[in-house]
Ligand binder design. Structure first.
Ligand code: ZN
Length: 72
């Protein structure tokens, strides 16, 4: 018998963290990430406040800028 292609192609997914294509496997406890490291990075980013700080302008700084003008 010769090797034939499997009718079911393994599902490949892109790791949301590093962007690498990898096989989506139920054996992978870190899916849809490719590895433990990538999952940790992603969860860490969302858990931290850094995302929000970077997304929004510093409001206090803006207010200070406006109130810093003593009188026009
Ligand atoms: Zn990855």
């Amino acid at each position: 018998m010769s090797q034939t292609e499997s009718p079911r192609k393994p599902l490949e997914v892109r790791c949301p963290s590093c962007g690498e294509m990898h096989l989506y496997s139920t054996d992978n406890p870190y899916r849809p990430f490719c590895s433990k490291g990538c999952k940790a990075i992603d969860l860490g980013a969302w858990a931290s406040e850094e995302y929000r700080f970077e997304a929004k302008p510093n409001r206090d700084e803006l207010l200070e800028d406006l109130t810093d003008d003593p009188g026009h």
